[in-house]
Design a protein around this ligand. Structure first.
Ligand SMILES: [Zn+2]
Length: 308
């Protein structure tokens, strides 16, 4: 049996959809599949779910989606041969709740393990795509309103004919290790008590290793040597990002904090990290949520899987 990728252990991974990208060219086939298809319904940026036999279920039939005022213009892929689409309901949260439906943000669904990993992954893809459409309605080259093409995987400008594609922004996230301890920091936007890996956007013209070294030096004043890729995670909140998880070898111990970026940062030993992950730290500090790639990186460090 093959070992699963480390990436498959992160939330929003394991998307079961067969994207069948050639189908996107065939507007008639995409339309025909709708009749028997499933629809992922969003209320603004929150998924809508119904109470199923085994808890919440996020797949609506086309007929049900229609009663919620959803125009499922976005095709995501095939699930067991049936089309899966996404759309935004015209009803407000109160009206949805009055129909017995749940409206829960994606982070809470992940945190509460309210849906299977596969359903969560599909919702992540849908959220990222819907958000891209909502924020890219006009041509970036000439300002003209653009049209949806390729079942939602492209937008086209009717004036200058520019084509625009859904974007994913790469983010490096790294566990810096030095003399048996790892560096964790805290941003002010984190939930109370939470400490996690350093992270930052990869900039144009950088390799992954260069971005890891730059961010670590900028945020904490730590120089780094070897950088080793560990796993990645699609992260749909608020925009489509790809988290690129790495271990980095710290070369100095003295931290110089960038207090614009971090509230605090320090070195944690294995036992302290274990307590953060298990939420048993005596001072109430916690680690990143179970579905975040930062959790996976810290877990690997605790389990002795860090390469240095
Ligand atoms: Zn244009």
């Amino acid at each position: 049996m093959n070992m699963p990728d480390a990436s498959s252990l992160t939330g929003f991974a394991n998307n079961p959809l067969d994207r069948r990208s050639h189908l996107r060219e065939d507007a008639a086939a995409i339309e025909a599949l709708k009749a028997t298809g499933h629809v992922l319904v969003f209320s603004m940026d929150k998924p809508v779910a119904k109470q199923g036999a085994d808890g919440l279920d996020a797949l609506f039939s086309s007929a049900d989606a229609q009663t919620l005022g959803v125009a499922p213009d976005l095709y995501l892929g095939l699930l067991a041969g049936r089309g899966v689409y996404a759309g935004i309901t015209a009803l407000d949260e109160e009206a949805l709740k009055a129909r017995g439906l749940a409206v829960v943000d994606l982070r809470s669904l992940a945190l509460q393990r309210a849906l299977s990993p596969e359903r969560l992954a599909m919702l992540g893809q849908a959220r990222a795509m819907l958000n891209w459409h909502a924020t890219h309605t006009h041509c970036a080259r000439c300002g003209t309103p653009t049209d949806i093409a390729q079942a939602g995987f492209r937008r086209e400008c009717p004036r200058c004919h520019a084509q625009h594609f859904p974007r994913t922004d790469p983010v490096v996230i790294m566990l810096v290790v030095h003399e048996g301890k790892c560096l964790l920091g805290r941003k002010s936007v984190f939930p109370p008590g939470m400490h996690s890996c350093l992270a930052g956007f990869l900039e144009p013209g950088e390799t992954i290793e260069e971005a890891v070294r730059r961010e670590t030096l900028e945020e904490a004043g730590i120089r780094t040597g070897r950088v080793v890729y560990h796993a990645s995670q699609p992260w749909p909140m608020p925009f489509a990002q790809l988290m690129i998880g790495c271990f980095a070898q710290g070369l100095n111990a003295d931290i110089t904090l960038d207090d614009q970026e971090l509230e605090s940062a320090r070195w944690y030993d294995v036992e302290e990290c274990r307590a953060l992950l298990e939420r048993s730290a005596p001072d109430g500090q916690t680690g990143p949520a179970h579905f975040a790639i930062a959790h996976l990186l810290i877990r690997a460090f605790v389990d002795g899987q860090c390469p240095f």
